[in-house]
Structure formats: C-alpha cells, structure tokens
Design a protein around this ligand. Structure first.
Ligand SMILES: *Cc1c(COP(=O)(O)O)cnc(C)c1O
Length: 387
C-alpha cells in the first residue's frame, strides 16, 4: 500500500540520526549584539545584518512613514499595478550604487537568481558555476534547462577549460563573497575570461553589498573592475537590514528580465514600505564608512586571537569568519557548548556546505564591541575541540 506520509517518518529519523536535523530557533527582539533565543539572552554571532541597520532608527522611521502613506502590501505584481514610486526610487538608487544602467527589484534573492538565470539561459546553453555557489544559483540553472557545469571553488583554470567546450551561450555565475566561507571570488580573472568567451557574467553580491569595496559597493568595486555588461544580483535582507533583492545590468538585459523572468512577473511586488526602508538603509550604508571600519577591526581582532589559539581559520577578510570543524556531530556539540556559555553561533552542515566540512559560521556586525569578540574567543578556547 502506498503511504506517502508514512514514508516521511524514517527519512526524518535518518536526518536525526546523522545530526542533520534542523529546526528554527525562536528569537525575540531585533537583531543586535545580544538577542533572546528560545527565551534566553545570548551574545549572538549569527546574523547577516552586518552593518546593524535592521533596527536603525532612520530605517524604522522610513518604513513607518511609507506604511502610513502607501499601506503594508503592494497589492499586486509589479506589472499589474503593484509598482510604486518607492520601488522606482529604490531601483534608481540601487543601479547608481552598483554602477549599472538599470536595476530591477525582486521579492527575494532566491527568486532573483531563479529569475535571472532561467531568463538568460535555456536548453542548448551552458551555465558554469563555482562549486560553492548559493543554492538559488544552482536551482536557477536547473530550472533553465541549460547544461549545468560546476568548476572547482575559485579555480579559474578549471572554469576556462569548461568554457572552452561550453555549448550555446555560456553564463558564468558566482557568489562575489561566498556565503559559508566568506572569501571573495577572483573576479579580476573571471571577468576578462567571461568577456573573452562572450559569456554572461552574473555576480551574486548578497554578502558583499554594504560590506566590501568603496562605499560598500560590492566585490566588483573592490577589485576596481569596469563592470560594463555584467549582471549584478544583490539582496536587501543582509547588510541593508531589510528584505528583497534586485538584479542590475545593461538596459536591454533588464528589459528582457521584465518580459521573461517568471519569478519577477508572477509574484506580488515587495511591500513599498520595505522598499522605502531599504532606500534609507542604502543611504546610511553608503555614507557611514565608520561602520565598515568597525567591522574590519572586529574581524582583525578575532583573527589575531583565533590564530593565537590555533583555531582553524578560513581565508576570509569579511565579517563571515567560519571555523571549520569537519564532522557534523562535533559542529553541533561545539555550538551547544558555546550556547551553554551564553554565546550563539549556529552550526552549518551539509547540504549547505560540502560533505565533511561542517563548521561554525561566525558572523560579526556593527553592534559588536571588542569585548564581545574577546568573550567569544574565551568561550572558544574553553570549548574547542569538543571531540
Ligand atoms: C541569502 C542569499 C541569497 C538569497 O537571498 P534572499 O533575499 O535571502 O532570498 C542568494 N544568494 C546568496 C549568496 C545568499 O547568501
């Protein structure tokens, strides 16, 4: 007898047995240095609100003002009356920020990547992606029907070999800053290579915008690259502290997305008040270099201290500072030990990272103070290696 519901129980049990079971933790209050998790106050190194803008007074005020004027929901998809002046203003500001002719808002970054990859690549084409690319880029390639080929992490020679035999129009997609590793893609080598092969280049700036490069303009700006012809995807839910995403690029490419990106067309526009809040956050992110400076100092302090303790740091200069643990059960145990000491760092396990590379994903934000870093280091010293 077919029992689809009954078939799930052993699958759940198998995840539990392998330390792969995940559940959301209940958080009260706004993201900050300390948060209340499952009723208990913890010092947290877990959020992507790198600049600490999610609860910033100016961002909140912009949100409330726009909600009072425009309501909470957009009411419709962009093409059916949901496109407000708040969206339009934000699109113009984002395009200017990343130095592209035009930007198009999507309701989430996941949807932006699905939309852009599946609109630009199709059957007969080749999508080339870094092995560590975000799941949404991988899923976009699968949805497109193009052939997906994955090159070894940051291995430009491997990418070049795959490009040499790519069928149809090639599309190269990479994270700018890798979400679980924190390192930067070698865009200074990837961009000329993509141009030489007349390939699209899509750079996912989710963890780079606001954080990396002059004014926080991202990894392309960090390398000082002329990004003419490049497609830039960015999210608003990380350093910009709000919600939503965008794709920016050449006018014609963005116009094509309006016509063809199904995750743009067939979904409700993000709330106009969220767009207004993101606009306020973008203003702060651009002008407040001190937040980025504070982050850099926290990262440097952590790396110095961790190196002294002999902890396995990864080659990252960004606020994402993972500690590679390897074994899933050990990563979970370590996270629990830190939590017992009042510190919250989530473990990250496969499939979010490759097999055998479970880790603690430590992230810093502008709310943290040097003393918080020192507390984390002391707790790690006591808990490591937690075999
Ligand atoms: C978070 C993330 C996304 C998805 O963005 P959302 O707006 O959260 O859906 C896409 N790419 C990368 C690299 C990310 O880290």
């Amino acid at each position: 007898m077919n029992d689809p519901l009954g078939a799930l129980a052993p699958r759940l049990a198998a995840l539990r047995a392998r330390d792969r079971y995940r559940r959301p933790r209940l958080r009260d209050g706004a993201p900050g240095a300390e948060v209340v998790v499952d009723g208990r106050r913890l010092l947290a190194f877990a959020s992507n609100d790198y600049l600490g803008l999610a609860a910033h007074p100016e961002v909140r005020a912009a949100f409330v003002r726009a909600a009072e004027e425009a309501g909470v929901g957009a009411g419709a998809a962009h093409l059916l009356g949901g496109h407000s002046r708040h969206h339009q203003r934000l699109e113009a500001a984002l395009a200017d920020f990343v130095g592209q002719p035009r930007a198009l808002l999507f309701s989430t970054g996941y949807m932006a990547n699905l939309g852009v990859v599946s609109a630009l690549a199709g059957r007969g084409d080749t999508v080339l992606e870094d092995r560590l690319d975000h799941a949404s880029l991988i899923d976009g390639a699968r949805l497109s029907g193009a052939r997906l080929r994955r090159y070894r992490h940051a291995d430009v020679e491997h990418l070049e070999r795959l490009l040499a035999t790519a069928a149809g129009t090639p599309l190269v997609a990479t994270d700018g800053v890798f979400s679980m590793d924190g390192d930067l893609a070698p865009l200074d080598r990837i961009l000329p290579l993509a141009r030489r092969h007349s390939a699209w280049l899509l750079v996912d700036e989710a963890h780079a915008l606001g954080v990396v490069g002059p004014e926080g303009r991202g990894s392309l700006a960090h390398f000082g690259l002329d990004a003419d012809g490049v497609l830039v995807m960015g999210t608003l839910g990380k350093a910009l502290g709000t919600f939503g995403a965008f794709v920016a690029g050449p006018e014609t490419a963005v116009e094509w997305l309006v016509q063809a990106a199904r995750s743009y067309i067939f979904t409700t526009a993000l709330p106009p008040a969220v767009a207004a809040a993101a606009h306020a956050a973008l203003d702060i992110a651009r002008r407040d270099e001190e937040r980025r400076e504070r982050l850099r100092e926290l990262v440097a302090r952590f790396r110095r201290g961790a190196a002294q303790l002999g902890l396995p740091l990864m080659p990252s200069e960004t606020p994402i500072q993972p500690l590679l643990v390897g074994d899933d059960a050990r990563a979970v145990a370590l996270s629990r030990a830190l939590e017992a000491a009042g510190i919250w760092v989530p473990p990250v396990r496969p499939p979010a990272v490759p097999e055998g590379q479970a880790r603690l994903r430590i992230t810093f934000n502008a709310h943290h103070r040097p003393a918080h870093v020192d507390r984390l280091l002391a707790a790690l010293e006591a808990a490591w290696p937690c075999a």
